[in-house]
Design a protein around this ligand. Structure first.
Ligand code: FES
Ligand SMILES: [Fe+2]
Length: 328
C-alpha cells in the first residue's frame, strides 16, 4: 500500500503523556498500532499484536527492568525492547529469544505537536514545507475530531472556498460574497497543488477578527492527507496566521483530524482559539459525513465548476501518486 510510505499523524503528543506510562492504542491505514515511550524518552510504535499469541500489546504495560523500559504483554508477560525484539519470556527465563521473536516496529517522529508514524519506506520528515518555516511561532493544536469520512474528503473540504458563504455564513463567508474569484493553481514538490493567492471576503476570519475584511490566502497541499493555509493581511505582508490540517487516515472511511493554528495573536487563550476552531469545524462535520461516496472519487463520477480548480488539481495529484486509501 503506497500510503504506508508517507508519514501520518496518529496522536497528539499530550495524548501519550496523559496516558501516564500506559501504552496508547491507535489505528492507521486500517492497522492497529500501539504507542509507548521508552526509557530514552523516544516514542515507539509497534503493530498492536503480540507475536506470541496475537493479543493486543496495548493491553500491557511499560515495565522498567534494570533501568531499561520494556513493553510487557498482558497475556504471558513477554517483554519487548524499544526496537521490538522480545528480551524476556517469563515462562522460560533462561531462554534467549531469537531476533524473529519480535513485535513489528515502525518509524515514529514528533512534529507540530503530534506523533507521526511511517509504516514503510525511509527518509523524509513529516509534512515538511518551506512555508512552515516562516510561520508565527505560537502553535495551538486543535482537535482531534473523529469524522466518519475519508481523509481525502477532509483535505478537499479544507481546500474548498465556495462553501464559505453557505456552511460558514457570518464567519468565513456570507451570502453577499459567494462568487469565487479566478485563481491560479501551480505545482509544488511531487506535483502537490498550491494556490499562491486567493482573495476572500470574510465576516469573521479568525477568533481575533473585529469585523469583515478581505483576506489573502495561500493554500498548499503538503502530502496526500495534509494541507496548509496561510493568511496575510495584504499581499507581500508577513504571514499573520496559518492553519495546517493534519488527517490521520484511520480506516478508508474514518479519519482523525487535527488543526495546528500558527498565530501571532498573543491576547487570546489556547482555549478560546480552540473554541473558535471547534465551532467552525462543527459546521463542516455534518456536511462531510453526509457526502456519498465517503471515499473521494478521483476517476470521475462528480461534476465540477471553474471554482473547483483546486479540488480538481488535488484529485489529479492523488491519482498521479497512485493513492488508493480513501479514494474511489
Ligand atoms: S500473547 Fe503476548 S505474551 Fe503471549
Ligand atoms: Fe468549511
Amino acid at each position: 500500500m503506497i500510503e504506508q510510505g508517507w508519514w501520518h499523524p496518529v496522536a497528539a503528543v499530550h495524548e501519550l503523556e496523559d496516558s501516564g506510562a500506559a501504552p496508547l492504542a491507535v489505528t492507521l491505514l486500517g492497522t492497529e498500532l500501539v504507542l509507548w515511550r521508552d526509557g530514552t524518552g523516544a516514542v515507539r510504535a509497534f503493530d498492536d499484536r503480540c507475536p506470541h499469541r496475537g493479543t493486543k500489546l496495548s493491553l500491557g504495560r511499560v515495565q522498567i527492568v534494570g533501568g531499561e523500559h520494556r513493553l510487557e504483554c498482558a497475556y504471558h508477560g513477554w517483554q519487548f525492547g524499544g526496537a521490538g525484539r522480545c528480551l524476556h519470556i517469563p515462562a522460560v527465563p533462561v531462554f534467549v529469544p531469537a531476533d524473529t521473536h519480535a513485535a513489528r516496529a515502525h518509524a515514529v517522529r514528533e512534529a507540530h505537536g503530534l506523533l507521526w508514524v511511517r509504516m514503510a519506506g525511509a527518509g523524509d520528515a513529516p509534512a515538511e514545507s518551506a512555508a512552515l518555516a516562516d510561520l508565527p511561532t505560537r502553535q495551538v493544536v486543535c482537535g482531534p475530531y473523529e469524522v466518519a469520512t475519508s481523509a481525502p474528503r477532509l483535505v478537499e473540504n479544507f481546500l474548498d472556498t465556495s462553501h464559505f458563504g453557505f456552511v460558514h455564513a457570518g464567519w468565513l463567508g456570507d451570502r453577499a460574497h459567494t462568487e469565487v474569484p479566478s485563481y491560479d493553481v501551480v505545482s509544488g514538490p511531487e506535483g502537490a497543488p498550491i494556490v499562491p493567492l486567493y482573495r476572500a471576503w470574510q465576516p469573521q476570519a479568525s477568533a481575533a477578527a473585529q469585523g469583515g475584511a478581505w483576506v489573502d490566502y495561500r493554500y498548499e497541499v503538503l502530502s496526500p492527507y495534509c494541507a496548509l493555509l496561510v493568511k496575510q493581511a495584504g499581499a507581500g505582508d508577513a504571514p499573520q496566521e496559518a492553519y495546517a490540517l493534519w488527517v490521520c487516515p484511520v480506516e478508508a472511511e474514518l479519519s482523525r483530524v487535527w488543526f495546528t493554528l500558527f498565530t501571532s495573536n498573543a491576547s487570546q487563550s489556547d482555549e478560546s482559539l480552540r473554541a473558535f476552531q471547534d465551532r467552525i469545524f462543527a459546521q463542516d462535520q455534518p456536511i462531510l459525513e453526509a457526502q456519498r461516496p465517503r471515499c473521494l472519487p478521483v476517476n470521475g463520477g462528480e461534476v465540477h465548476s471553474a471554482a473547483d480548480r483546486m479540488s480538481a488539481a488535488y484529485r489529479r495529484y492523488l491519482r498521479d501518486l497512485n493513492i488508493t486509501f480513501g479514494v474511489c
